[in-house]
Design a protein around this ligand. Structure first.
Ligand code: HPA
Length: 270
């Protein structure tokens, strides 16, 4: 079976079961997991039951595809995503995005946790992702071009300007402090050495993490509009670097979860 056929088969399996036809998808990454509790879920499918779907292996990342309503909007939510460091290849990691497109999704929302490399960023800051740097060695579009998208996709606006404006307005109205910046994705699973944080800063990164970029590249390849927020869970700035663990990342992300959820909830309303 070709990759395209695999995507089609997976989408057809889901389409037979899905109770609604959302156009909005949201990836409940680190810092947004609890938003799932607010979704009026009409159908939850374990990743392990979906043909061809990878299964998430990281603690703190569940593995369910959810259909339901958040506020006024029907959504498709991914509870947990797939990372390169888990051992998947790029096609596996981005399969859900290809499948979503088949299911009618046109707008892709993501959250993640990241280390802040911009001086002044603090633990708990919410960073609207305005741009990204792909620093993962395997490109998600390498190989035969996937049908429907261009061989050489434009990346001049990876994160949708209108959605960014909407987020700025929401944050202002609700009095939520947000920062903005460029997210750089590494392959992980190590956090950065001080020299690596410094290098990424020189490269133009404001925050560093281990996800999101492959998904957004594939989403853009198919013309989907993208929006993302990083929770700054640790700081990679000279003089401020301290030891970091997955638990601390999780804790820092949990602490600002309500604010992140508030922004995302509003973002997906029409
Ligand atoms: N580096 C990479 N990934 C991360 C970090 C970091 O400092 N914090 C949370 N995810």
């Amino acid at each position: 079976m070709t990759y395209y056929e695999t995507v089609k088969e997976t989408a057809a399996w889901i389409a037979e079961r899905m109770p609604s036809h959302p156009t909005t998808a949201i990836v409940l990454g680190t810092g947004l997991g609890r938003l799932a509790e607010e979704i009026e879920i009409s159908l939850a499918i374990d990743y392990k039951d979906i043909p061809n779907f990878p299964v998430s292996t990281v603690e703190g990342h569940h593995g369910r595809l959810l259909f339901g309503r958040l506020g006024k909007t029907e959504i498709l939510a991914m509870e947990g995503r797939f990372h390169y460091y888990e051992g998947y290849n790029m096609r596996e990691i981005t399969l859900p995005v290809r499948v979503m497109k088949e299911l009618g999704i046109d707008t892709y929302f993501v959250s993640n946790a990241a280390g802040g490399t911009k001086p002044g960023f603090k633990v708990g800051d919410l960073m609207l992702i305005t741009d990204h740097i792909n620093f993962i060695p395997e490109h998600p579009l390498r190989g035969e071009n996937y049908p429907g998208g261009p061989r050489f996709p434009d990346m001049s606006q990876p994160y949708d300007h209108a959605l960014l404006d909407k987020a700025r307005a929401i944050a202002k109205e609700k009095g939520i402090r947000v920062v903005e910046g460029t997210y750089l994705a590494t392959q992980g699973p190590t956090f950065e050495t001080p020299a690596e944080y410094r290098m990424f800063r020189y490269f133009g990164a404001d925050a560093v993490g281990m996800s999101t970029v492959p998904e957004v590249i594939v989403a853009r390849h198919m013309g989907m509009r993208c929006f993302g927020i990083s929770v700054i869970t640790d700081v990679g700035v000279d003089g401020e670097i301290v030891e970091v663990s997955h638990e601390e990342v999780q804790r820092a992300a949990d602490a600002v979860q309500p604010l992140m959820a508030e922004i995302m909830r509003e973002m997906i309303q029409p």
